[in-house]
Design a protein around this ligand. Structure first.
Ligand SMILES: [Zn+2]
Length: 371
């Protein structure tokens, strides 16, 4: 009996001690959170140069003067129907979901990591040291790139679209990143189609665009009607094609400003080019920091003396019909220098031999490190 009482007493004592610890912890937490009674003015700190984080240059071999592949995708299907006759263009611009899945795995193993078009345009690439940035762009807003379906009363990503493949891969490889820019024509109902091979798509225009933005993707301008810009002969129509697309975007998603334009069919208008860069349509201003082409080269980075933000190269991703200069071809040809990140968006690191590929007046607030 006495022994039992002793145990109870000891347990109570232990409880009191632990309670005391909690109470004193709380009070010390409160004390720490409370503002200081007296605040003595701090002297203004001298501006210090941006510190450069240590990385093993020999191991990571960064070269931020190198080229970056910007891929261009259009449409995806499950597989070709052997009974059907397809046009060459369809076969060029369409690929299977399983190819995309396999490509992501290959790029990951080749040390590529996702970066965004906006980070590229701002020369602010945040890829881990020693890894190579890659950019995905999707033109035309096809539902096979991204679409929504309804499931138990909720909007979810259609499992038969490229974004579902990207999300799945990202879940298994979070360090690969999840980025991409979708160039849309607001006059052509992006990410929706009446006829969708048996799948009933859902979501209003606003819901579709907002969903994509909430997933962390970017949306860019591809003109309002996907026009052939070379056939337009007056500035007003150019302003309408670019500006009306922006106005429709503001109407769908308040405050969402396009920062880049993808040329429909890759066709430009040399005479009226200025109106592609910036202008206004019925009171809606637009300004493109970059214009991307349908071209056959990896892109040179913004610090390169030859860099032209209004002529950014892209590489067509390989469709069912492979061709010279498409991405699979490029993977066999990738030339020196390839962009390899130093892991710090504030620093531009280049090997000494590549210093001529950096125009120092284009560094802005970035710190140049040469090794
Ligand atoms: Zn297009």
């Amino acid at each position: 009996m006495n022994a039992r009482r002793l145990v109870i007493l000891l347990v109570m004592l232990a409880l009191m001690v632990s309670l005391e610890v909690v109470i004193s912890d709380r009070s010390s937490g409160q004390a720490a959170a409370a503002p200081p009674v007296t605040a003595s003015p701090e002297p203004t700190a001298e501006p210090t140069p941006t510190p450069t984080p240590y990385i093993d240059l020999e191991k990571t071999k960064p070269n931020e003067a190198g080229e970056i592949p910007i891929l261009m995708f259009h449409a995806f299907i499950e597989e070709l129907d052997p009974e059907e006759k397809y046009s060459d263009d369809f076969l060029r611009y369409t690929q299977s979901f399983s190819y995309l899945r396999e490509l992501l795995g290959r790029l990951y193993d080749m040390d590529y990591r996702m970066t965004s078009m906006n980070d590229f345009l701002n020369n602010s690439i945040e890829v881990e040291a020693g890894y190579k940035p890659i950019i995905f762009t999707f033109d035309d807003g096809t539902p096979s790139q991204f679409s929504l379906i309804e499931q138990d009363g909720e909007l979810v990503v259609n499992p038969k679209c490229a974004v579902a493949v990207l999300l799945d891969f990202y879940k298994e490889h979070p360090d690969f990143g999840l980025e991409g820019t979708f160039y849309v024509n607001m006059g052509r109902s992006p990410f929706y189609e009446e006829r969708t091979s048996g799948t009933i798509l859902a979501g209003t225009l606003q819901e579709r665009l907002q969903y994509l933005i909430d997933l962390g993707f970017e949306i860019g301008n591809h003109t309002y009607t996907h026009c052939d810009l070379s056939s337009i002969t007056d500035a007003d129509t150019i302003r309408q094609e670019v500006g009306k697309n922006q106005a429709a975007m503001y109407e769908a998603v308040e405050g969402y400003t396009f920062t880049s334009l993808s040329l429909p069919f890759g066709i430009t208008t040399p005479e009226l080019f200025e109106y592609l860069k910036s202008g206004s349509y019925e009171g809606t201003e637009y300004r493109n920091l970059g214009i991307v082409e349908v071209c056959w080269d990896p892109a040179i980075p913004p610090v390169n003396p030859e860099y032209d933000p209004y002529s950014i190269d892209r590489i067509r991703s390989t469709g069912f019909m492979a061709e010279a200069c498409d991405f699979e071809w490029w993977l066999t040809q990738l030339r020196d220098p390839v962009y390899v990140s130093d892991g710090d968006p504030n620093t531009v690191t280049v090997p000494e031999d590549y210093l001529s590929l950096v125009d120092q007046s284009r560094l802005g607030d970035k710190y140049l490190r040469v090794y």
